[in-house]
Design a binder for this molecule. Structure first.
Ligand SMILES: Nc1ncnc2c1ncn2[C@@H]1O[C@H](COP(=O)(O)OP(=O)(O)OP(=O)(O)O)[C@@H](O)[C@H]1O
Length: 395
C-alpha cells in the first residue's frame, strides 16, 4: 500500500503537452479513476507513475520515495492493461508465476502466491487451463492475478475491462471492488466508462487537455462540478447549458427568464454573463412539479423527439419554435433546446406545447468566460437558501 503524489508533472512530446502541470495526491488504499476525453493524457499520466515514461518536468512520489528516476520494476507498481497479453503456450499457473520466477522466488513461495492470487480472483481449479480454453473475463482475471502475485504497493489499471462485453464488464466491476476491499491497495484506474468510474471510485479525477479539472468523490463531481467542462463531461446524457445575463431579479436568457435573488447567490452579480446548467432529470413538467421545493417560473416549450429508454423517457424540448431544430452534439451550441428526462409512464407526445420548470435547488451557474462554477442551487425570490458556493477546484 502506498500514497502516490504527482508534483508539477508535465509531459511534452514535441509540441504536444500530454500532461500539463499535474498536481495530485492519491491516498494510501484509495481507488481513483482517471476520466476525460480521448487524448486528454490519462495513459500518459499512468505511464509516468509506472515509470514507462519520464516526465519532462516535475516529481513523482510513491510513498515517501521520489521515484521519478527509478526503473518501473523498482517502483512497487503493477500494471494491468486493456490488451491482455497472456503467453498462449503457458497454462494459467505459468502465466501468473512468470514474473515471480524471473525474480527467483523459491518454488514453495511461488506456489503459495499463485494459489493466493487465484483464490482472490476466483480462478481456483483453473490453474492448468490454457488461455485459449478460457473466456475473456477469465483471461482478464489471470492478468489481474499476475499483478497480484507481485504484491505491489500500487495497481495501475488502464481500461482493463474495455475489451469485455457489457454483461462481463458489470460482473468484473463488482469483482474489482471486492478485490480492492480485500487487498486494501491503492488502485489508479483509467476508464472511458462513466458507470465504472461512478461505482468503483473513492474519487474521480477529471482531466481535460492534460490538466486536472477536479478530483472529488463521484457524487461531488456530479452534484457540484467545478466548472463547465466537468459539468458537461460527467453524467449521461449531458447537462443542459443555457447562456444568460444576471439581472436584478434573476437571470435572463434568450428564451426565458428565471426569477431568483442574485444578492442571495454568492459570487453572482447583476450584469454577469453566466451559463445556467441543469441536468435532464431536474427539468420537470409544471403539472407534476407541485412538490418541488423551489420551482422556478414555468417555461413554455414544445416537445420534439421522444426517446423511450425503458426506465425513463428522454424528451427533446424546443424553447423557441422559430429556431431551427438541430440536435447539436455540444449542448452549449443549442441554446434553443433542452433535454428532459421523465418517468416511463408519463403521458407525453411529440409536438405538444407544455410548460416545464427547472428545479432551482439543482440549477448551477457558471461564469461563461472562465467556465468556473459560481453557485450550485439557487433560491427563488421567496426562498431563503442562497445555494452552495462551489468548493475550490484543485489545480
Ligand atoms: N509517444 C508519444 N509520442 C507523441 N505523442 C504522444 C505519445 N503518447 C501520447 N501522445 C499524445 O499525448 C496526448 C495524450 O495522450 P494519452 O494517450 O495520454 O491520452 P488518453 O487520455 O490516454 O487517450 P485515450 O483515452 O484515447 O487512450 C495525445 O495528444 C497523444 O497523441
Amino acid at each position: 500500500m502506498a500514497r502516490v503524489r504527482l508534483e508539477h508533472v508535465t509531459k511534452r512530446y514535441d509540441d504536444v503537452v500530454a500532461v500539463d502541470d499535474m498536481n495530485v495526491e492519491i491516498e494510501d488504499g484509495e481507488f481513483v479513476c482517471l476520466v476525460g476525453p480521448s487524448g486528454c493524457g490519462k495513459s500518459t499520466t499512468m505511464e509516468t507513475i509506472a515509470g514507462l515514461t519520464r516526465p519532462s518536468e516535475g516529481t513523482v512520489y510513491i510513498g515517501d520515495t521520489d521515484v521519478t528516476n527509478l526503473a518501473p520494476k523498482d517502483r512497487g507498481v503493477a500494471m494491468v492493461f486493456q490488451n491482455i497479453a497472456l503467453f498462449p503456450h503457458m497454462d494459467v499457473f505459468d502465466n501468473v508465476s512468470f514474473g515471480l520466477r524471473l525474480r527467483t522466488f523459491d518454488d514453495d513461495e511461488v506456489e503459495r502466491r499463485v494459489e493466493q492470487a487465484a483464490d482472490i480472483v476466483q480462478l481456483e481449479g483453473m490453474l492448468d487451463r490454457m488461455p485459449d480454453e478460457m473466456s475473456g473475463g477469465q483471461r482478464q482475471r489471470v492478468a489481474i492475478a499476475r499483478a497480484i502475485v507481485r504484491n505491489p504497493d500500487v495497481f495501475l489499471m488502464d481500461e482493463p475491462l474495455a475489451n469485455l462485453d457489457a454483461k462481463l464488464r458489470v460482473h468484473m466491476r463488482t469483482e474489482l471492488q471486492r478485490l480492492h476491499r480485500e487487498l486494501e491497495t491503492t488502485i489508479i484506474y483509467v476508464t472511458h466508462d462513466q458507470a465504472e468510474a461512478m461505482t468503483m471510485s473513492d474519487r474521480i479525477a477529471v482531466i481535460n487537455a492534460g490538466e486536472l479539472q477536479q478530483i472529488d468523490p463521484p457524487l461531488v463531481c456530479y452534484n457540484e462540478p467545478a466548472n463547465l467542462f466537468v459539468a458537461g463531461f460527467i453524467g449521461s446524457p449531458s447537462m443542459n447549458f443555457v447562456r444568460g445575463e444576471v439581472v436584478a431579479d434573476g437571470l435572463e436568457t434568450k428564451n426565458f427568464t428565471l426569477e431568483f435573488d442574485p444578492a442571495g447567490a454568492t459570487g453572482v452579480g447583476v450584469g454577469d454573463d453566466v451559463t445556467l446548467g441543469v441536468r435532464p432529470e431536474d427539468v420537470h413538467l409544471s403539472r407534476d412539479a407541485d412538490d418541488l421545493s423551489r420551482p422556478t417560473k414555468g417555461v413554455e416549450v414544445t416537445t420534439d423527439v421522444l426517446e423511450p429508454m425503458g426506465d425513463e423517457i428522454f424528451v427533446y424540448l424546443v424553447l423557441d419554435e422559430g429556431a431551427e431544430r438541430t440536435m447539436e452534439e455540444d449542448p452549449l451550441d443549442s441554446p434553443d433546446q433542452l433535454l428532459m428526462s421523465v418517468s416511463p409512464d408519463t403521458d407525453i407526445s411529440e409536438d405538444e406545447t407544455l410548460e416545464v420548470v427547472l428545479d432551482g435547488s439543482k440549477i448551477h451557474l457558471f461564469d461563461t468566460a472562465s467556465g468556473e462554477a459560481l453557485v450550485h442551487g439557487i433560491a427563488d425570490r421567496s426562498g431563503s437558501d442562497p445555494g452552495t458556493a462551489p468548493t475550490e477546484a484543485e489545480d
